[in-house]
Design a protein around this ligand. Structure first.
Ligand SMILES: [Cu+2]
Length: 451
């Protein structure tokens, strides 16, 4: 009798000898398309919204093939984006291997621009480092380059172009490398998430790769909530999440609800146990890896998200000036004859306008530029979820459910917040102060008449 934990450890060791062909790997990636979830290949690491591969072995070397090429990518329903990816997808496949192995990676350039690929965090021979001009010639259009090196140690790494970085990473070229130790680890569920950011003006379908500071689409594995796959785990699983930040400008403080985790490793290697400390938020600097580990001992649907607040709101915050407290009815009156569906937003916050204006919470009804997630909210079990961007849900369940989304958590009786009763307030001596008088509405701004 092998329990689930034991089985995973055995399968992890067994998969080391697995052979997978290039064409299959490629087909599976394409067949999955941008909405493909979880892993096309049996891997030890789950890449939410992506896939992981051990490649195949040729004479003792683990071989991979990456093709950099344009892809059409759905960030979430309503936001289709022309991007660049590897093997038909952004992020590219998570490349998995074992410490001590030698790997060989072929890189085919089917981009409309020359490129080179850097193996970020790995101690490669200098000529394998992938820095265009410094350590190798650039990979011209249509060329296939050979890279080969040993993997000296386990860890979480990344790959990305080191050529016109702002453009090429800004178009979606990125992927993870996971090197497992030879010995099985005491981990039941292992996830890898690449954090990134893009500048996509509302209504546009192409990232603005000249942008330097103002990024309005914040992603986990190139998806925004609600399209981010939940991380599904069983109660009491030991869970590791490998966070990789490839953002242009942002460092992301990633926060987990309902649990305490340890920060157990960086791309430089494991942190000695004596140097780990407990956290519920981990800052992941750009260009860095943070591995967190925790025991999922608290069943429920737990938010897992960046705590930079506009990073969970996407285009919502752009580009309108702040409007909280402003009566913009005059603006509506002025604009509606020209654009009948126009409706201002924001006097009660960005989400308040949405709630007030549309009781059915149907985001289809909200006027938005085409191809935009500016005002999208997601139906949740208790109403709309006012999050987008760098946000997902860790779903902890007593029953093993694999990667399949188990739906919303069913709460035990009397464990959900609700309106307080008069009896409770009286019992506990809570006096409710009178609500303040309504503040006078400000005068609408004067109309400007032309002609
Ligand atoms: Cu962030």
């Amino acid at each position: 009798m092998v329990d689930r934990r034991g089985f995973l450890k055995i399968s992890a060791a067994a998969v080391a000898g697995l052979s997978l062909s290039f064409p299959g790997e490629r087909r599976e990636a394409r067949a999955g398309g941008s909405d493909h979830r979880s892993n096309a290949n049996p891997g030890q690491v789950v890449t939410p919204n992506g896939f992981s591969t051990f490649g195949r072995e040729v004479d003792g070397v683990r071989v991979f093939h990456l093709t950099a090429e344009p892809v059409m990518h759905t960030m979430t329903d309503g936001l289709d984006v022309h991007m660049w990816g590897f093997n038909g997808h952004t992020p590219g496949p998570t490349l998995e291997a074992f410490a001590g192995e030698r790997i060989r990676i072929y890189v085919t350039n089917h981009l409309p621009a020359p490129t080179s690929i850097h193996w970020h965090g790995i101690e490669v021979p200098n000529g394998m480092d992938g820095v265009n001009g410094l350590t190798q010639p650039i990979i011209e259009l249509g060329e296939t380059y050979w890279y080969e090196f040993d993997l000296p140690r386990p860890g979480t790494f990344m790959y990305h172009p080191h050529s016109d970085e702002m453009t090429q990473i800004g178009m979606g070229l990125m992927g993870a490398i996971v090197v497992h130790p030879q010995q099985p680890e005491d981990i039941d569920r292992d996830f890898v998430i690449i954090l990134s950011e893009f500048a996509i003006r509302a209504g546009r379908s192409r990232p603005d790769t000249t942008e330097m500071v103002d990024f309005n689409i914040l992603t986990m594995n190139s998806k925004v909530f609600p399209a981010t796959d939940p991380l599904v785990v069983q109660t009491d699983d030991r869970v590791r999440i490998r966070l990789i930040n490839v953002s242009q400008m942002s460092h992301h403080p990633i926060h987990l609800h309902g649990h305490v985790f340890d920060i157990t490793a960086t791309e430089g290697g494991p942190i000695p146990e004596s140097a780990q400390w407990p956290e519920t938020t981990v800052l992941v600097p750009t260009g860095a890896v943070r591995e967190i580990t925790f025991v999922a001992d608290n069943p429920g649907d737990w938010a897992f998200h960046c705590h930079m607040l506009h990073h969970i709101m996407n285009q919502m915050g752009h580009p309108d000036p702040p409007a909280v407290g402003v009566d913009a009815r005059a603006v509506d009156e002025a604009i509606q004859p020209l654009i009948p569906e126009f409706m201002h937003m924001g006097e009660a916050g960005m989400v308040g306008a949405h709630h007030n204006g549309h009781d059915d919470h149907d985001h289809e009804a909200m006027p938005m530029p085409q191809n935009s997630v500016a005002m999208q909210t997601t139906p949740g079990p208790f109403g709309p979820i006012e999050m987008g961007g760098m946000f997902t849900v860790v779903k902890v369940r007593d029953q093993a459910v694999g990667d399949e989304d188990p739906g919303w958590y069913e709460h035990p009786d009397d464990t959900v917040a609700r309106p307080a009763t008069d009896e409770e307030l009286q019992r506990d001596g809570i006096d409710i102060p009178d609500a303040p008088d309504q503040v006078d509405e400000p005068e609408p701004p004067p109309h400007e008449h032309h002609g």
